[in-house]
Design a binder for this molecule. Sequence first.
Ligand code: MN
Length: 226
Amino acid sequence: AAATGRMAGAEALVRWLHPGRGLVSPGTFIPFAEETGMIVDIGEIVLRQACRDLRRFGAASAGFKMALNLSPRQFRQTGLVHRIEEVCAAEGIDPAQLEIEITEGAMMADVAGAIPMLDQIKTLGCMISIDDFGTGYSSLAYVKQLPVDYLKIDRSFVRDLAVDLADQAIAKTIVTMSHSLGLRVIAEGVETQEQLEFLKQLDCDEIQGFLLGKPMPSDDLNALLR
Ligand code: MN
């Protein structure tokens, strides 16, 4: 959280440790998994592992949210909401601790279909964020209709925030607009103190990036929470 410095949550990220090739980057295998449909199984594994991790963190994770990236294909999957509900119940996790991230592009590809799905996810109690916001050509009229809690400012607007006046204007507009619509804002890809200071001045709600925490195994996160 930008104002207090409190750790608000973590984003579950998947890594593939291949026996021969070593660590394969998600940029390499996720597009392929999306194309073949394997992303649905991978998403299921990530969901279950995230809930298990939350349970393992126990009381240390009270008020802590875990963000899960939903792929476009998962988002179109029937029974997804029921599955999230089942896994939460099986692991004893309150769905309110999960924040479901959907990219702006995936949401905008089928807004009419997205709204009922998002409504179901909200009813279950999860929070919803629009990921990579600013890259998916969404109309503000749509954002107003979507039952979302957070907008995540895409890292491409954050990178040169300290020096680029256009990026500053975009970031400022996203924060102001979001707050007027009752949404909270998370900035992605924050790596420098200058970026952080600027975002704090804009009253950006939450900050994510290497400056605050690099991707780490869940054991390390557990230790950090304690
Ligand atoms: Mn994300």
